[in-house]
Design a protein around this ligand. Structure first.
Ligand code: SAM
Length: 210
């Protein structure tokens, strides 16, 4: 029962005491994953960059610092209204200037034109998608040919949560996500172990071939 409740809030935080606690947890625990995803996708100053399921917005904050050319653009999508508003508030100056845009929408239906995004990153997000293939096909659609996507996760933690039934079904398994990426037209799909100080995490890479 508690596991289902925690899982629901992790997958879609709502404006509530539970949602607030989850947002504090995400902010305290996931900065390392967010910052490493940003570093690993090799953002160039003039790129158009997309973060999926940004939650409180720490990754957006980190990526925005690298987009120093006037052409550099950052987009965030999250289908939690609460997280959307929290990230919008965190990034309000850059949102007002037009450098950053945040969309309240599902990864599987993004209001973005075809082949317009250079880099995509996300952390702790795909496990909650009901249909992995719909999500990965949509990401592939919006990415430019040769664009790179990086996903970071702490697999040991995710597997522990899944064993307690916090994650629904089997979509949390990297193999399931990587298969959906390949089926959607991504190449070079691979997972690597990484180390950041004393923290071990995993990075999944995929290139949008078109
Ligand atoms: C566990 S939180 C992770 C947040 C942040 N990336 C982090 O690592 O701290 C998952 C986030 O992904 C969002 N999310 C999950 N499935 C989504 C979907 N299909 N479309 C858009 N956002 C989604 C949730 O609303 C939530 O903000």
């Amino acid at each position: 029962m508690w596991a289902e409740k925690v899982g629901k809030q992790l997958g879609h935080p709502t404006r509530s005491v539970a949602g607030w606690l989850i947002s504090r947890l995400l902010t305290a625990r996931n900065q390392v994953l967010e910052e490493n995803a940003v570093q690993l996708c090799g953002i160039q100053p003039g790129d158009t960059v997309l973060e999926l399921g940004h939650g409180p917005g720490l990754g957006l904050q980190s990526a925005a610092k690298l987009l120093t050319k006037p052409t550099g653009r950052l987009i965030g999508v999250d289908y939690s209204e609460y997280m959307h508003q929290m990230a919008k508030e965190r990034m309000k100056e850059l949102v007002a200037s037009g450098k950053v845009t945040v969309h309240h929408c599902d990864v599987a239906a993004m209001p973005l034109a075809d082949s317009t995004v250079d880099k995509v990153f996300h952390c702790n997000c795909y496990y909650f998608w009901p249909d992995l293939r719909k999500g990965t096909s949509e990401i592939h659609r919006v990415m430019k040919p040769g664009g790179l996507m990086v996903t970071t996760l702490r697999l040991h933690h995710v597997a522990t949560l899944a064993a307690k039934r916090v994650m629904p079904g089997e979509n949390w398994r990297p193999e399931a996500y990587m298969a959906a990426l390949r089926d959607s037209g991504f190449t070079g799909v691979r997972i690597e172990d990484k180390q950041h100080k004393h923290i071990t995490f995993q990075a999944i890479y995929a290139t949008a071939s078109k």
